[in-house]
Ligand binder design. Sequence first.
Ligand code: GDP
Length: 317
Amino acid sequence: MTDSNKPLYSLAGKRVWISGHGGMVGSALMRRLQSEDCKILKATSKELDLRRQAEVEAWMEAEKPEAVFLAAATVGGIMANDTRPAEFIYDNLAIEANVIHGAWRSGVEKLLFLSAACVYPREAPQPAPEDCLLTGPLEPTNEMSAIAKIAGIKMCQAYRRQYGCDFISAQPLNMYGPGDNFDPEDSHVVGALLVKAHAAKSEGRPAMTVWGSGKPVREFLYVDDTADALVFLMRHYSDDRPLNIGPGTVLSIRELAETVAKVVGFEGELVFDAAKPDGMPSKTLDAARFAALGWKPTTSLEDGLARAYQWYLENVA
Ligand code: GDP
């Protein structure tokens, strides 16, 4: 993607902290920022526990980041969210509170908080526009993550309003790609289906299981496209309204499972397990405001899935 418009904020020569650099989005941001003239700061979770305020503030005072991508979070798929609600709400609230407050205290110039599409009501219009935030009840299977992400959005708005901080937030879509979680119980749908299709093919099984009815609709964006969008936003966006990132590829879980099977080369049957939850009936984002800034993704779903599968074969399988 060309990014030739004059930016509102320049990363050139800046100390840029990618919090969560070891995660899927953080790793993609590391790859993306390698070609930029900036100094990347990072800390592993062993070196810095982002849930401990004193540690975070001391680290930020010492390292003096000027720009922050707040990509660190406790993340997981529908079952992980549903079965570990305390971890999802506590870890994420603590990380956001510590990093955003620390960024204000240490004079960070710009911070981009990664929100998520789950912040919108379960029955939001589809695709969901930004102004449907807080207009209805949330999807119960990811309510805790959503409450924490909404708190992060509100913190960015509060610090912008009270202290004039240039803190912004954006909602990425369901992401997938290299560095994804490939644990079939905990992961999001793409990682799980790649593993299941691979196992079914390798073991010569006649069928693979897909959770739920296959009817829910999701929108997917390859993680390196997401990272490119985040860098673009860091440069070109400064507003208190959280911005939807997109467009991605919209399809049903059944269609996704068929595409994954094709990419992996599994030719057996798909069996739908109705005992597992469907979650949101549809989760797609209206990204018209973002598109108007002039950004577009470059990776097709099939190419992205093939790259994610290759990464899985080389690093996990
Ligand atoms: P969500 O977008 O927050 O609902 O999270 P997920 O990515 O975990 O799930 C998306 C949809 O894919 C849900 O309807 C799941 O039931 C469905 N799905 C189908 N098979 C799987 C699977 O093996 N793992 C996961 N995580 N989801 C699956």
